[in-house]
Design a protein around this ligand. Structure first.
Ligand SMILES: Nc1ncnc2c1ncn2[C@@H]1O[C@H](COP(=O)(O)OP(=O)(O)OP(=O)(O)O)[C@@H](O)[C@H]1O
Ligand SMILES: [Mg+2]
Length: 253
């Protein structure tokens, strides 16, 4: 099971990615959680401390992808990176923090850009375990096609037009790069608006795989630096149901 959480800034990607990773671990999967957001904070939603980003190992990147006179490898060796740098976490998870490339941006033509692209591809395509990616907010990463081979891209939205518009853009771009399946999850949902949100999502061709209510226990967990999965409440219960739905979806194939 390879999942990527995408969507507008602040909608709950990291909260959902960390919680889904922990719940999958509790269901017996071996889970590799990957923080692919340059503004790294999946560790706190998962409950792992002290993980060094892979991109801080500049000598490794230079050795694997660097070349001479501006020539660099498009196929650097990356298949040992998860073993070397992922840190074990609770519930049979481990966390790999990708980090950032200085002066990156779309298709950074540099050894580090090439290394990161190869790494994400390797994590998604070659690994046996469940992989849960927490992506950068917005749509730029889709231009770099970093998560193109996931089984399901989960577009997180909240009740409101702006995040739904982002999800629609994500859906279109995901289609362009050949992502097989993209679904929406409504986060911070409330009774009053859920029908309207569903209708909007239906209108842009996104099936709703889960609805997670606004839940103050998540706010409290975040403030106290406790992973959300450890403070049970209606949101975590709804994320359990989301995991059921994702398992069902992938089991059908
Ligand atoms: N269902 C919810 N109910 C209440 N608070 C929530 C809910 N989901 C997320 N939050 C809170 O909203 C904040 C933002 O969530 P989170 O960091 O997961 O979003 P994000 O999409 O990863 O943001 P970014 O785009 O910055 O990476 C956090 O403080 C989190 O605890
Ligand atoms: Mg985040």
């Amino acid at each position: 099971m390879k999942l990527a959480f995408v969507g507008k800034g602040g909608v709950g990607k990291t909260t959902l990615a960390g919680t889904v990773a922990r719940l999958l671990g509790r269901r017996g999967y071996r889970v590799l959680a990957v923080d692919a957001d340059p503004d790294m904070n999946l560790h706190s939603a998962l409950g792992v401390e002290g993980v060094e980003p892979v991109t801080e190992h500049e000598e490794l990147i230079e050795e694997r992808a660097g070349g001479q006179r501006g020539v660099y490898s498009l196929t650097p060796k990356v298949d040992d990176v998860a073993e070397r740098f992922a840190v074990p976490g609770p519930d049979d998870t481990s966390l790999l923090v990708v980090g950032t490339v200085e002066a990156g941006g779309a298709g950074c033509m540099c050894p580090a850009g090439s290394f990161l692209k190869a790494l994400l591809r390797d994590l998604i395509v070659k690994r046996e375990e469940a992989v849960v990616l927490d992506m950068e907010a917005g749509i730029e990463h889709l231009g770099r096609a970093s998560a193109r081979n996931v089984d399901v891209m989960v577009a997180v939205v909240e009740p409101g037009s702006r995040s739904i518009e982002t999800a629609e853009r994500v859906r279109r771009l995901a289609g362009d790069i050949g992502v097989e399946r993209i679904v929406a999850v409504v986060n911070r949902a409330d009774e009053g608006s859920i029908d309207a949100v569903r209708e909007r999502l239906d209108g842009v061709g996104l099936d709703v795989a889960g609805v997670v209510p606004r839940d103050d226990s998540l706010v409290k967990a975040d403030l106290e630096n406790v992973p959300p999965v450890e403070v049970r409440g209606p949101a975590v219960d709804a994320i359990e149901e989301l995991v059921d739905a994702l398992e069902g979806m992938l089991g059908e194939e």
